[in-house]
Design a protein around this ligand. Structure first.
Ligand code: ADP
Ligand code: MG
Length: 244
C-alpha cells in the first residue's frame, strides 16, 4: 500500500456567486507526480491555492501528511512550511540577492541559524545548477534561472510536497527545458509533486497520474497514457486537440 501524502475530498470553493471548484476528490501518494491539465478558467490554480490555503475552501477536507489543513484549529503557518509552491511569475524578492532569497524564510520561519540556512541554500542552488549565481540579484538572471532559484528557495524549506502552477508558461521557449529538467530531477528523487502544466510531453513522461479539469470538476483522471494518449471524455478530447 502506498502512503497518501495529499488527500482532498469534497472540496468546494466559490468567489461570491461563482462556483469555481464544485466537488473535488483527489489523492496523491507520497513520491508521486500528479499533473493537472485543463482549459483556462477551469479552476486549476484555485485548486493548488486551496492546497496551501492561499484560498480558504468553502467546503470539503484537505489533508497533507496527516495534518488536516481544513481543521479550524490547525496551525496553518506551520503546516504551510511543509508545502512548497512555485508560481508562473517569478516571485523572488527583487531587493535580495539569490542567497538571501533562499535564506530569509529559513531564518524567519524555521528559525535556522545563519550558518545552517546558508548551507541549505547552497546545497539547493547546487541542485538546480545555480551555485554560481549565489550573489546575483534577481533582475540579473534569465527567467529560467529565476524560476530555478524560486524552486531552490521552496526546496530550502524541506517541503513534503511541491506545488507548481504553470512554472514554465511565462518563459521564453529556449528556457523551458532547464526548468522542466530540474522538475524531472526532483520527481526522480521522489518528491511528491502537484503540477499544473500545459507541457504535455512532460506530463506524459513524468506524471504518475494526469487529472483533466473543466468547469470546476475533475472530468477524467488516470495514467498519462490513458488521459492524454487515449482520452474517453469528449471534453478531454477537444481540449487535447487544441493543445497537442
Ligand atoms: P485556471 O488556473 O484553471 O485558469 P483559476 O483557478 O485561476 O483557473 O480560475 C477559475 C475561475 O475562478 C475563473 O473564472 C477565475 O476568474 C475565477 N477566480 C479565480 N480567482 C478569483 C478571485 N480571487 N476572485 C474572483 N474570481 C476568481
Ligand atoms: Mg491558472
Amino acid at each position: 500500500m502506498s502512503e497518501i501524502c495529499v488527500e482532498i475530498s469534497g472540496l468546494k470553493k466559490s468567489f461570491g456567486p461563482l462556483e469555481v471548484l464544485k466537488n473535488i476528490d483527489l489523492s496523491v501518494n507520497r513520491g508521486d507526480v500528479v499533473c493537472i491539465i485543463g482549459p483556462s478558467g477551469s479552476g486549476k490554480s484555485t485548486l493548488l491555492r486551496c492546497v496551501n490555503l492561499l484560498e480558504e475552501p468553502n467546503g470539503g477536507k484537505i489533508t497533507v501528511n496527516g495534518t488536516e489543513l481544513t481543521d479550524p484549529d490547525v496551525d496553518i503557518d506551520r503546516a504551510r512550511t511543509k508545502i512548497g509552491m512555485v508560481f508562473q511569475g517569478f516571485n523572488l524578492f527583487s531587493h535580495l540577492n539569490v542567497l538571501n532569497n533562499l535564506m530569509v524564510a529559513q531564518r524567519k520561519v524555521l528559525k535556522r541559524s545563519e550558518r545552517e540556512a546558508r548551507e541549505v541554500a547552497l546545497r539547493n542552488l547546487d541542485r538546480v545548477g545555480l551555485r554560481d549565481k549565489v550573489a546575483a540579484m534577481p533582475a540579473q538572471l534569465s527567467g529560467g534561472q529565476q524560476q530555478r532559484a524560486a524552486i531552490a528557495r521552496a526546496l530550502s524549506m524541506d517541503p513534503e510536497v511541491m506545488l507548481f502552477d504553470e512554472p514554465t508558461s511565462a518563459l521564453d521557449p529556449e528556457l523551458v527545458g532547464d526548468v522542466l529538467g530540474v522538475m524531472r530531477q526532483l520527481a526522480d528523487e521522489g518528491m511528491t509533486m502537484l503540477v499544473v502544466t500545459h507541457e504535455m510531453q512532460f506530463a506524459r513522461e513524468v506524471a504518475d497520474k494526469v487529472i483533466f479539469m473543466d468547469g470546476g470538476y475533475i472530468v477524467e483522471e488516470g495514467p498519462a497514457a490513458e488521459v492524454i494518449g487515449n482520452p474517453q471524455e469528449e471534453r478531454t478530447k477537444s481540449f487535447l486537440a487544441r493543445v497537442l
